[in-house]
Each structure stands twice: as structure tokens, then as C-alpha cells.
Design a protein around this ligand. Sequence first.
Ligand SMILES: [Zn+2]
Length: 179
Amino acid sequence: MFGSYSVDEQTKPDKSLRLSLFFQTGSLYFYTCSVKSVDLEFLSTIDWEADIMSEIWDPKKAEKKLKSKSEMMVCDALMNQDIFSGVGNIIKNEVLFRIGVQPESLIGNLPAKKLRELIAEARNYSFDFLDWKREFVLKKKWLVHTKTICPKCCEKLVKKQTGLGKRRSFYCEKDQKLY
Ligand SMILES: [Zn+2]
């Protein structure tokens, strides 16, 4: 969650450094992250199509996985790294506001159109997130995450730990429907 990396130059102190890689053409540094050594067999079990920003991201596959988890709350589903690898808590909150869905809604109760919207927006927002982060305007672009007032209806937002993951959700009871 707080991890970061840098290329060609170590930008953080040694105590934050977890892994550094040196190549003939440059170097790569990873900070405040968990580093795990895995074998080739494990690598072959990773579903690269679940990477939300990958060129081979497969929305149909995500839809299929979601349909098998009808009892799961949407807030947990979006944070499920086997389905939406790369989606974090900020993206979860902003995506659910964008599509007008209350975080505790159950996957199985979402109309087919909403489910596809959820999948599409998870990817869309991830690209916006990256652009805004690079432009240093990410926080300014948040509509509900860490906010207290709904930008649509000006009512007070609800702040609550939701789902099995018990992660912070910020949502509007008026503009986000509970399915
Ligand atoms: Zn509202």
C-alpha cells in the first residue's frame, strides 16, 4: 500500500530499501514492500489477465469470476486481487461512486449492465489514477475518498468499514444504490 520504486537512482534510505536489481542498462529499486521468492511453478499459476492495467486484461474472465461469487459484497470483490489485480481502496471507493453502487451491495444482486459497468470502470479509473498520480493531482481528483460531503447532492457522506476486508468506505446513501 505504501510501497514505491525508483529507476536508476536510489531515492529512499537503505532502511526502506527491500530489493535492488542491477542490469547492464540501469538499476531498479523497491521500497517498503514485501518481497517473496517464488519458484517457476508458482509463476505459471498467476493469472496475468487479471492485471487491471494489462494489455491482455480480460473483462469477460472477470465477469465469469464475479458471477461465481454472488454472495460477495462489491467492496470485497473490487479488492479481490484474483479478479482485479492492482485495484486498491481508493480506486474501490471512487469506482463505486462513479457507478452509483453502495459498497455493501451483493455481486449477485447487481443487474448485468451494472456488473459490466463495475468491471469497465475499475479499469478506466485505474488509468485515470495513474495519469493523475503522475501529474501530482490525484488527491484533488478524489470525489468521495476521505471526503465528508457528497459532490453531487451535498449531503454528508457515510464513512464505514465495509465487507469482510473491513476497509474504509466513503459513500453517499442517496447517490449510491444498495443492491
Ligand atoms: Zn450524494
